[in-house]
Write a protein that binds this ligand. Structure first.
Ligand code: FRU
Length: 491
């Protein structure tokens, strides 16, 4: 049942007696709770926020509406980890409901300054006419872990030329100066991002728009991010309102990147190559990056999308975050690899390894099955038309990952994956890949899969909702032969 607006904009302390207990009871019987992904204790999770390293921990917050699976009063929920793999639930990070965040503590980022973690976020407010008034706010986490809001916004006006859709500050430091990008909509209803500068994180100067080669590209850019990698500049953002085109942009909203010369902070000109989609799967949005103390650039995304219904909604929770990915650049593309720490999930297990040849057939192997596992599969020497893997499979269900050698495409098909979702946007995702050897590195959890193709050249991230009985893994070859090497670790 849909909530009314009044119900959606309640804080936890305004819940009805027993309401949270009911959600928890529903969730406890849900077959699709994840084993190793960050997921909400109750209600809805969306964007990753404040991804940072502070006092020996990686901190990762997320957008959270505790009381239901619709988008309502958003909190920042706080998790932390020493290894990027095992995450501890810390509790509420930022609670909304004050003057400048009366209708939600929206997305933002974190940076350490003077021994304290500074959280820059968008305070969402609505007036009597339900018009939004966004404020960019600051909250400070001290060494004891307690988080205090600064009582006045650090950016309280939307500059002229932009609408109320003005949010998601991402902060970084260059030399002694702080910069932040903010996602914006121009008054002509096109999306863009703007740049601010500060010397102390409290007083910010509006510098203007970042000039890209995409002046009319969707109606709003959410969750912008800027980084420098291998001497190049990379802008990441989530534009809304992009039409699908060939194999691209089939999800309701997109997330992608531009690679170019480092951003000129004086002129704000950004010379760049084409916009490229970050992930080729069904469920990925609003990613955020951080730089680890060892210099690695890492990204986490929301494994979900706005405005869609998910099968777990009826069970009182929705969505999860992706595993962290390490970023690098290769031949004009952003390469994404699971962070090396992920091997910790293997524990002491040496895994199961197999080598075999398939000739126009489908095969499965005893003990090569499961619900939550890591699977590495290399396929070589193939003259076949299609080669691939069916997983989370049973007599009636399967998720299919394959390579079509004739069209040179990787294809993910979730039309028979179990409970359906988002079918209006199609059940198949494809992307071009020119390769003689295929490597599929898969992280499968109770209700998701993340597939890293050929050492991170492409990634397909998707929720799937199979029954618990669908545990089979089948390898197949059609129209020829192929050599397989497969390794699997149970989680
Ligand atoms: C992206 C987004 C952000 C906003 C947040 C609200 O998914 O819409 O632009 O800050 O979610 O939860």
């Amino acid at each position: 049942m849909k909530m009314t607006r009044e119900q959606r904009y309640r804080r936890i302390d305004q819940a009805e007696p027993g309401e949270i207990g009911m959600l928890e009871a529903l969730i406890s019987t849900c077959p699709w709770r994840q084993d190793y992904h960050i997921q909400p204790i109750t209600g809805l999770l969306n964007d990753p926020n404040g991804f940072s390293y502070y006092q020996g921990y990686y901190h990762l917050f997320y957008q959270w509406f505790p009381l239901g699976t619709e988008h309502g009063m958003k909190y920042w929920y706080h998790t932390r980890s020493t290894d990027l793999v095992h995450w501890e639930e810390v509790g509420i990070g930022i609670q909304p409901g004050d003057t400048y965040d009366s209708h939600g503590a929206y997305s933002g980022s974190a940076i350490e300054k003077d021994g304290q973690l500074h959280l820059l976020y968008t305070g969402n407010t609505r007036d009597e006419d339900w018009i939004r008034h966004p404020y960019q706010c600051l909250a400070i986490m001290d060494e004891s872990g307690s988080i205090t809001k600064v009582d006045r916004p650090v950016i309280s006006e939307v500059p002229s030329g932009y609408t109320e859709h003005f949010r998601d500050p991402k902060v970084w430091k260059q030399g002694n100066t702080y910069y932040c990008v903010i996602g914006a909509q121009r008054v002509d209803e096109t999306g863009c991002m703007v740049l601010y500068r500060s010397s102390d994180l409290r007083n910010w100067t509006f510098l203007g728009e970042i000039h890209t080669g995409l002046p009319k590209f969707g109606y709003m850019w959410e969750c912008p991010d800027y980084m420098e990698l291998q001497s190049q500049g990379v802008l990441i953002f989530s534009p809304q309102g992009i039409e699908s085109q060939g194999d691209w942009y089939h999800n309701i909203f997109q997330s992608g990147y531009l690679i170019g010369e480092p951003l000129d902070l004086q002129t704000r000109h950004f010379e760049h190559g084409p916009f490229q989609e970050l992930d080729r799967g069904f469920d990925f949005y609003a990613p955020q990056t951080m730089q680890a103390p060892d210099g690695r650039r890492m990204l986490v995304g929301w494994m979900g999308l706005p405005d869609l219904e998910y099968p777990t909604d009826q069970s009182g929770w929705a969505h999860c975050l992706t595993i962290p990915r390490q970023l690098s650049l290769r031949e004009g593309k952003l390469i994404q690899q699971p962070v090396s720490e992920m091997v910790k999930l293997r524990g002491d297990s040496e895994g199961t390894h197999m080598e075999f040849t398939l000739d126009n057939e489908t095969r499965s192997f005893a003990d090569f099955a499961g619900i939550a596992y890591e699977l590495e599969c290399e396929i070589r020497d193939f003259d076949a038309e299609t080669v691939g893997i069916e997983f989370r499979a049973s007599a009636g269900e399967k998720t299919v990952l394959k390579y079509d050698r004739l069209t040179q495409k990787v294809i993910l098909d979730r039309s028979q994956s179990g409970a359906t979702l988002g079918e209006q946007n199609g059940n198949v995702r494809r992307c071009a890949l020119n390769a003689d050897v295929l490597k599929f590195h898969m992280f499968v959890d109770s209700s998701s899969v993340e597939i890293f193709v050929n050492d991170g050249e492409e990634v397909f991230t998707s929720r799937i909702f199979p029954s618990k009985e669908s545990t089979e893994i089948r390898f197949f070859v059609q129209g020829g032969k192929a050599e397989f090497q497969a390794s699997k670790w149970d989680y």
